[in-house]
Design a protein around this ligand. Structure first.
Ligand code: GRF
Length: 186
């Protein structure tokens, strides 16, 4: 599920092509916004996509497509407890900081890196976690640290966290959970 540029989706698509993701396949891209470039990425890779209208319509589509794992890849809407309950421990999210730092309500996109720079941390990174009813509060699956460099702007730091952490961590974590589901150990 996406909302914007879809660089994390692209990492997932590339990881499926390269065999890093082999315990499942990307069946559907769901965007919260009609104009998201992530939809173009899906189209370029021949992956079916839909723009989300409401959660009931989405649940219908997910069930009819037999979706077993939902990956929030730069998805910026808050999902309802009912939706989360329908996919308990089957929704994972990538957050661009080392949770529990710089997460929770209002902490998304560039704001996360602005807060990290304002605090003066020397190390930040990305976290993949299960999604539950608490924003960025689900059990952590994987984390990857990234150095903060002198002179970093939020944009420079975001790019480094994406390149050195998000785009590596999300495919690896997705394969791990997909494998566990396929083997019936999740
Ligand atoms: C970025 O801020 C990224 O750090 C976070 O979601 C935002 C958009 O990512 N995970 P994407 O390019 O749409 O995947």
């Amino acid at each position: 599920m996406v909302s914007g540029g879809g660089t994390n989706l692209q990492a997932l698509i590339d990881a499926e092509k390269s065999g890093i993701i082999k315990s499942g396949e990307i069946r559907l891209v769901v965007s919260s916004t009609p104009g998201a470039y992530a939809l173009t990425r899906a189209e370029n890779s021949g992956i079916r996509s839909v723009v989300m209208k409401d959660e009931d319509q989405l649940l219908e589509i997910l069930k009819s497509e037999g979706i077993e794992l939902i990956v929030l890849a730069g998805f910026l809407k808050i999902l309802s407890p009912e939706f989360i309950g329908a996919y308990r421990d089957r929704i994972i999210n990538i957050h661009p900081s080392l949770i529990p730092s710089f997460c929770g309500k209002g902490c998304y996109g560039l704001h996360v890196h602005e807060k990290a720079l304002a605090y003066g941390v020397k190390v930040t990174g990305a976290t993949v976690h299960f999604v539950n009813e608490i924003t960025d509060g689900g059990r952590i699956i994987a984390q990857k640290a990234v150095e903060v460099c002198d002179g970093d702007t939020p944009e420079i730091l975001q790019k480094r966290v994406m390149e050195q952490a998000e785009w590596i961590l999300l495919p690896e974590a997705t394969e791990k959970i997909a494998y566990e589901i396929m083997k019936g150990i999740r």
